[in-house]
Design a protein around this ligand. Structure first.
Ligand code: ADP
Ligand code: ASP
Ligand code: MG
Length: 402
């Protein structure tokens, strides 16, 4: 018997009507003869609302208690969805992350799934029940509830598909698939019929939140057949595949990431080991650094600038301040008013002039570039946040992606 894993996001289950719609779609897959396992997110803005509730009481709440709180959103969804399927007259059971055997590490708020103990789910499937699993959550070795990071229900779904050897993992959301850029920013963005795992991983990591980046990483690793579709219509979605199965495009998509902040260390000593000492300090505090630039030394001094995620800004500034006797920067500047705008495409590798075209698009819009980073299949620039959407549109147009 075939097995389909489906995932429904927050907007797809935001109210009773949407929950019934999802229930009908699940039953349809079940009636076609397949076993069906479903991962589901919290309804609508529930997760954001829970974060606000916590902030009212304690803005510095421990990550463990935050996970305890945030996991409740998904628990509401699984129960409601199971009730909807009961109402349609089909056998169903809802399971929280721990009931479903979702074992994670203990990195609260950003846990990784170690393994899924599939016995319980398999027992339920043997009884021909539809299994509804709470997305985004798991349990660590202390039996405490963990969460996988924002957008993590996608990863729950792919992990289930990998562990249960599903035939396909279908991610149902509020757009028709993966587009050349966020269709909410650029209305004439085009839906992609297919995309490689590597390109999708870059897009997701660079701000295209249509898929959680770890879900793509996992799909690639375990060769999970992944599709992104709308929960609201029957339009053919986007298939995520191996590189060699996909036509190489110069530029597949454009992204914007607002979760970034820039730090500049001015006039640090121009001596060997400086970058090593700064970035190892940050690494020790678990702070990832993204774009980095270093100026040419002048009078034995140089500037080092880099970006971190906005949520890490405060921690990074603290580490730098505490260690300034070693770093010896004359001044530390920072800004949150920046965004990273990127292009991704597997065809970039063998093509010159892609970066120049991107920069020309920004020049035409009089948008200033603060930092640049390139790799084989992506180019990222840091721009002022107020310019970011305009930058995305201009670049999207310049590469004729519409
Ligand atoms: P869900 O609740 O279903 O997980 P998300 O809000 O996490 O949905 O992801 C879907 C959203 O991702 C879309 O509404 C869209 O605004 C945004 N998005 C960003 N980049 C892209 C892209 N390249 N293609 C499609 N959607 C994108
Ligand atoms: N509910 C979680 C969030 O809002 C997980 C998810 O939707 O994937 O981030
Ligand atoms: Mg999502």
């Amino acid at each position: 018997m075939g097995l389909t894993v489906q995932k429904y996001g927050g907007t797809s289950v935001r109210d009773a009507e949407r929950v019934m719609n999802v229930a009908e779609r699940i039953v349809e897959a079940y009636k076609s003869g397949n076993n069906v396992v479903v991962a589901v997110s919290a309804q609508g803005d529930t997760t954001d609302d829970l974060i606000e509730k916590a902030k009212e009481i304690n803005p510095k709440a421990s990550k463990r208690e935050m996970d305890m709180l945030l996991s409740t959103g998904e628990q509401i969804s699984i129960a409601l969805l199971a009730m909807a399927i009961e109402k349609l007259g089909y056998p169903v059971i809802s399971l929280t992350g721990w009931q479903a055997g979702m074992k994670t590490d203990s990195n609260y708020g950003a846990s990784r799934i170690h393994r899924i103990e599939t016995e319980r789910i398999n027992n339920e499937l043997d009884k021909r029940r539809i299994v509804i699993v709470a997305g985004f959550q798991g349990i660590n070795k202390y039996d405490d509830i963990t969460t996988l990071g924002r957008g993590g229900s996608d990863t729950s779904a792919v992990a289930l598909a990998a562990a249960l050897h599903a035939d396909v993992c279908e991610i149902y959301t509020d757009v028709d698939g993966v587009y050349t850029t966020d269709p909410r920013i650029v209305p004439n963005a085009k839906k992609l019929n297919e995309i490689s795992y590597d390109e999708m991983l870059e897009l997701a990591s660079l701000g295209a939140n249509v898929l959680h980046n770890r879900s793509v990483e996992m799909a690639k690793k375990y060769n999970v057949k992944l599709a992104v579709k709308s929960s609201l219509n029957r339009v053919e979605g986007t298939y995520v595949k191996e590189v060699n199965q996909v036509e190489k495009m110069l530029v597949r998509g454009v992204t914007r990431d607002n979760d970034t902040a820039r730090i500049a260390l001015c006039d640090v000593d121009d001596t060997p080991g400086k970058a090593f000492s700064i970035f190892s300090m940050l690494a020790k505090s678990n702070i990832s650094v993204d774009l980095i630039i270093q100026s040419i030394g002048k009078e034995n001094k140089k500037d080092i600038s880099f970006t971190v995620s906005e949520s890490n800004l405060e921690a990074a500034l603290k580490v730098l301040e505490e260690n300034n006797s070693i770093i010896n920067a004359r001044e530390t500047k920072w800004s949150k008013d920046v965004s990273k705008v990127s292009i991704v495409g597997a065809g970039m590798v063998n093509n010159s002039g892609v970066a120049a075209t991107m920069f020309e698009a920004l020049y035409n819009e009089h948008i200033n570039i603060h930092m640049i980073a390139t790799s084989e299949i992506k180019i990222s620039v840091l721009v002022d946040r107020k310019d970011a959407e305009r930058a995305v549109s201009a670049i999207h147009d310049k590469f004729n992606l519409a």
